[in-house]
Design a protein around this ligand. Structure first.
Ligand code: SF4
Length: 223
């Protein structure tokens, strides 16, 4: 395994004083393949409104020579607080699925389509809200920088938002699942579900069945 990238920046509430709610400059992506520099620049990004209600930018993590890059939708509540991707309940399920698929998490790069947590309040809880097309477009330059820096052999899109961000077009996961789509980087993108959908299937008592299908999809990414 190559050098491990720096693991997240210290999470801190971003300053609201410099906010200009109506005007958003493009994402300040530096022209470099040095991912640590890109990560530091992303920590200051205000290219869409999502930074204002989040604790910090949650950038991707993983080794520089990762062959697989997994792309989720956006950080969740715990990821936002810890500044690390996939550390909440869906992340734990992803970890289990990776193990069952024979994939070592420390050898892959894990990131999200959008780097700030979008949420709506419900009592004391912060409920996930789906990023809109404008927010996704504003955030795509960061994913582009990650793909160019890592140059993975395969991208794995976890859910429809990730698939759209990676391929540049809407994707019906139910139809495309288990197959690959082309990307502008010349790297194939395997389509599968987001692990949070497995958590929802728990309510219907069929999580093991859905987990087995997810593991089968992940195995295809290593072939
Ligand atoms: S979600 Fe992406 S584009 Fe929007 S402020 Fe955060 S890092 Fe920047």
């Amino acid at each position: 395994m190559g050098d491990q990238l720096a693991q997240g920046l210290v999470c801190r509430p971003m300053s609201r004083s410099a906010a200009t709610p109506e005007k958003f400059a493009p994402a300040p992506v530096p022209a470099t393949r040095d991912l640590n520099r890109v990560r530091k620049a992303a920590a200051e990004c205000r290219a869409c409104p999502l930074w204002a209600n989040a604790t910090c930018t949650v950038f991707g993590e993983g080794p520089r020579d990762a062959r697989l890059m997994l792309v989720g939708e956006q950080p969740g509540d715990q990821e936002d607080k810890l500044g690390k991707p996939f550390v909440g309940p869906a992340g734990k399920l992803l970890e289990r699925a990776l193990q069952e698929a024979g994939i070592v998490r420390d050898e892959i790069y894990v990131t999200n389509a959008v780097k700030h947590f979008k949420w709506t309040p419900q009592g004391k809880r912060r409920l996930h809200a789906k990023p809109n097309a404008r927010e996704m477009a504003a955030c795509r330059p960061w994913l582009n920088a990650e793909v160019i820096a890592i140059r993975p052999k395969m991208l794995v899109c976890l859910g429809a938002t990730a698939a759209q961000q990676v391929t540049g077009a809407p994707v019906k996961v139910t139809q495309a699942r288990g197959g690959t789509l082309d990307t502008e980087w010349g790297v194939p993108a395997l389509i599968t579900v987001h692990p949070s959908s497995l958590l929802r299937s728990r309510a219907f008592g069929n999580i093991e069945e859905e987990l087995a299908k997810f593991v089968a999809d992940l195995k295809k990414a290593t072939q």
